[in-house]
Each structure stands twice: as structure tokens, then as C-alpha cells.
Design a protein around this ligand. Structure first.
Ligand code: NAP
Length: 451
């Protein structure tokens, strides 16, 4: 059975959460949502517009996942196949909250799913955080991945020691990229400006600060083990005795601590060194204009230590960014929701949903977004079936595009992105690289609009 009226849904953000939501909505043949029961399967035609503020899709797959993790980057192929399904439309270079408002979207569509990720970062809140040479790991990651908003940043790596604050997977990624051989990075899609800067690196030591003990380390086992694969790199631990890990620690913790101890034993020599410094909380970043040192306090005995460093990157977690016109939980950095429905003072806003990091906070792996997106889509469909969506005054696909184009001088569809994609791959081939990323929005839009 196929019901007639296509449901029109906007998804804001084309990262993993948004694309999985699109995939669930268009799961059935011919651009339909499948609502399965034991005796009856209802296929509902759906049209999905994915609105993206950049000209390029895939969110953190393109600008967050480390370039030397091609297996994770390959998730883009799944999103690409979703984007080719009937009923899917990509509208790039349109920013919700600036070019169009949530009120516009709720008028234009039957429902809107916000999948905008966590576009901000936590701050250390200590003096010296804004000195040259001190930045967030998020900025560093976006820079080496060629995100247009970060491509003009300069990271001077001609210093001996870098300090990473926080020991989660982002810190592992950054440490690995900093110490990876240039020849290996050349075979990835890392931004050319980052490849140049890394080629001039004089870093000899990376200190990874954990403010608590090893049993609370935030990295995962596979990401830790990848550091062990770096050639000519010693690994050591300071500020903790790994043999004292509590016996009641969970399996994952025991595994990680044992692996770290093994790495320290097996990788005691090398011209470069990665130091896991535990129980050390940063108190100040110091320097005359440029970072010269970071002060830390040992949380076991409150003794103070000074670490000379030319680069300090805070890898202490991401944070969601408020969107004008939507409620925001400033403490958690998320859009408040209940069962994926956006709530304002506890009351659900009809037809407005969230998924991904902007709903759950910046935790979990890419795959975590799959179930999260399914939950959001289920909430949409339950509300459709309960007649809770306005469903009147919805614009057609052509009318929406007209309304957006009246406000944004250049937007692009999926074929526009495909043009950028082809160009990047062909530029890459010319240099023996898989892809040469375009890093300026203007150049990308110029390419799309040129003949
Ligand atoms: P994270 O896992 O939340 O780790 C944050 C780290 O910063 C923790 O060690 C935390 O220590 C520390 N921290 C927080 N506030 C601090 C402060 N004020 N001073 C000192 N230290 C502070 O964050 P993340 O590394 O940014 O990763 C975000 C998410 O992306 C995670 O779910 C991660 O697994 C995922 N990710 C996955 C991969 C991958 O799969 N390869 C790669 C990158 C990111 P406390 O524990 O003491 O708070």
C-alpha cells in the first residue's frame, strides 16, 4: 500500500547523523519510508532536503576524521549512495540561523530534523589560552582536514615540544598526525597547507595531559595502539603507576592500561617521544605573545610543574552551538529534546527534531549516529501517524529552492558537489595523491557556477 502525499522533511546538516536520518527516511524503493507491521507494510513517499552550510557534504567524515583513517572516510560512500536515492536533494551553502530561520523551515516543511553536530569547543578557562601557539585540537583537526573556516590558520611546528590537554581520541589523532611520516600523509587527503607545515616540523616530544589517572583515560584501545605503530617514537608514562590500576576497573580500562604499560616497555627508544602525563591539570599557559610554557598542577600532591612548549592544543571535547530561533541548553551545549523531539521549557515543538551530537553531546563513534537517527525518524513517523504535524502550507521542492535562492546568492545541489569532488580527485591524481582538497568556499562556488 502506498499513501499519496509525499512527506516533506528538511534535515539540517549533512554529517553522519543527518545522512543516516535521510537513509532511514528513504529506505524503501522509489523514495519511500517503510513502516512495517506483521500483516501490512505501508510505504510512505518521502522527499528529503538536506541543507548544508558548506558547499561540501559529510560533516566530520570530511573535516573531523583523521586523513590517515581511510576506512572511516569510506563511510562517505554509504552517504553518497543515500544521496542518489529518489526523493533526496542536497542544498549546499545555506546556513540555517543566518540565511533561513527555523521558523521558515517549520513553515516550508512538514518536519525538520536538526543534525548540526557540535560546531564549538570547550574552553580551558585558564590564562594564556588565547596566546599564539595555543588553540583547540578541534581547530587543528579542521585545519589539517582543509575545512574552509580553518584553512587560514597558521600552526608553527618549529618547536621541540607540543602539549595536548586531554587524552581522548581526538588527542590520539592529533599526536599520530603530528608524528606520522610525511611520506605516509602524502598518500592521504590531508590539506596541502598542513602537509607543508608538518614537513617543517621540529617536534621531538608530545606530552598528552590527563587531569585524572590512567583508569580514567578517555582514549580507546585501537587509537592508543596506533600510536605504538609510529616508527622511531618512544612512549612513556609520567605521573602514575600503571601497576596500581584498581582491580575492580572494567575490562576496557584494564585492557587499555595493560596496553599502555606494554607500549612503554616495548617502545622505550626513539628519537621522538610521546609522554602520557597523568594527574596533571593545566593552570596557565605562559608566554610573551607566543606560547612558551604550560603550568600544570599534580593533583596527587598539588606540586606544580612547568613544561616548556611551543604549541598547546586543548583536546578537551567539542560543544554544540546555539541556532538562532531554537532553544539551547547552554550547560550541556545541546538542543534540549525528549525522545528526539525538540522541547522548549519542557513542551515539544511540533515538527522539530534533533539527532547526533547536537542531541546527545559530543560522545560516541560514527556508528552511534545510526540508531540515534533511526530514533529521530521514528519520532517523526509516530507524530505523522498521530496527526501531530501541521502538514498544511508545506512548500513544494521547487518553491523551497526559490525561497532559499531569493536569500542566498549561490546554492549548489548534489551535482555541484560532484563537480567539486571530481576536481579534487583529478587535482590529487596530478600530484600522486588521492585527493587535493579545495579549502576555500569562494573557489568551490566559482567552480560550480563556471559553465
Ligand atoms: P573526550 O573523549 O570527551 O575527551 C576529552 C578529554 O579532555 C578527557 O581526557 C577529559 O578528561 C579532558 N578534559 C575535559 N575538560 C578538561 C579540562 N578543563 N582540563 C583538562 N582536561 C579536560 O573528547 P574528544 O577526544 O574530543 O572526543 C570526542 C568524541 O569523538 C569522543 O566520543 C571520541 O571517542 C570521538 N572520536 C573518535 C575517534 C575515533 O573513533 N578514532 C576520533 C576522534 C574522536 P576528564 O575525563 O577528566 O573529563
Amino acid at each position: 500500500m502506498i499513501s499519496e502525499r509525499p512527506l516533506r522533511i528538511a534535515i539540517v546538516g549533512s554529517g553522519p547523523a543527518g545522512m543516516y536520518a535521510a537513509g532511514h527516511l528513504l529506505e524503501g524503493p522509489g523514495g519511500t519510508f517503510i513502516n512495517g507491521g506483521l500483516n501490512q507494510i505501508v510505504r510512505r513517499p518521502v522527499e528529503v532536503d538536506v541543507l548544508e552550510r558548506l558547499p561540501t557534504p559529510w560533516g566530520l567524515i570530511r573535516s573531523g576524521v583523521a586523513p590517515d583513517h581511510p576506512d572511516k572516510k569510506r563511510m562517505a560512500a554509504i552517504y553518497d549512495s543515500i544521496a542518489r536515492r529518489q526523493g533526496f536533494r542536497f542544498i549546499g551553502n545555506v546556513q540555517v540561523g543566518r540565511d533561513v530561520s527555523p521558523a521558515d523551515l517549520s513553515q516550508w516543511y512538514d518536519g525538520v530534523i536538526y543534525a548540526v553536530g557540535a560546531d564549538d569547543e570547550r574552553r580551558l578557562g585558564i590564562t594564556g589560552e588565547d596566546l599564539r601557539g595555543s588553540d583547540s585540537a578541534r581547530a587543528f583537526v579542521s585545519w589539517y582536514n582543509g575545512h574552509p573556516d580553518f584553512s587560514d590558520l597558521q600552526f608553527d611546528l618549529r618547536c621541540e615540544r607540543a602539549v595536548l590537554v586531554g587524552n581522548g581520541n581526538v588527542a590520539m589523532d592529533v599526536a599520530r598526525i603530528l608524528f606520522s611520516p610525511i611520506s605516509a600523509l602524502h598518500n592521504t587527503d590531508i590539506a596541502s597547507h598542513a602537509l607543508d607545515a608538518l614537513g617543517k616540523s621540529q617536534l621531538k616530544e608530545i606530552v598528552i595531559l590527563g587531569r585524572r589517572g590512567p583508569e580514567h583515560a578517555a582514549f580507546n584501545y585501537p587509537e592508543l595502539m596506533e600510536l605504538g605503530e609510529l616508527a622511531d617514537t618512544a612512549i612513556s608514562v609520567e605521573g602514575a603507576d600503571l601497576s596500581l590500576t584498581p582491580e575492580n576497573a572494567d575490562y576496557e580500562t584494564q585492557l587499555k592500561v595493560a596496553a599502555l604499560a606494554k607500549l612503554c616497555k616495548e617502545k622505550s627508544q626513539g628519537s621522538r617521544r610521546i609522554v602520557f602525563r597523568f594527574n596533571a591539570a593545566p593552570t596557565a599557559i605562559v608566554g610573551g605573545g607566543q606560547v612558551a610554557q604550560i603550568n600544570v598542577v599534580d593533583r596527587r600532591d598539588q606540586s606544580e610543574q612547568v613544561l616548556n612548549a611551543g604549541l598547546v592544543l586543548a583536546a578537551i571535547g567539542y560543544r554544540g552551538l546555539a541556532i538562532d530561533g531554537l532553544p539551547f541548553d547552554d550547560v550541556r551545549g545541546v538542543i534540549p529534546s525528549c525522545d528526539s523531539r525538540i522541547v522548549d521549557n519542557g513542551i515539544a515543538i511540533a515538527g522539530a527534531y534533533v539527532t547526533g551530537w547536537i542531541k546527545r553531546g559530543p560522545k560516541g563513534i560514527i556508528g552511534s549516529n545510526k540508531k540515534c537517527a533511526r530514533d529521530a525518524v521514528t519520532a517523526v513517523m509516530v507524530d505523522v501517524d498521530s496527526n501531530l504535524l501541521p502538514m498544511e502550507g508545506t512548500l513544494s521542492a521547487a518553491q523551497v529552492l526559490e525561497a532559499i535562492n531569493a536569500r542566498v546568492s549561490v546554492t549548489l545541489g548534489f551535482s555541484g558537489w560532484q563537480k567539486i569532488d571530481r576536481q579534487e580527485q583529478s587535482d590529487g591524481r596530478a600530484q600522486g595523491r588521492p585527493r587535493l582538497k579545495m579549502t576555500a568556499t569562494g573557489a568551490m562556488l566559482g567552480l560550480v557556477t563556471a559553465g
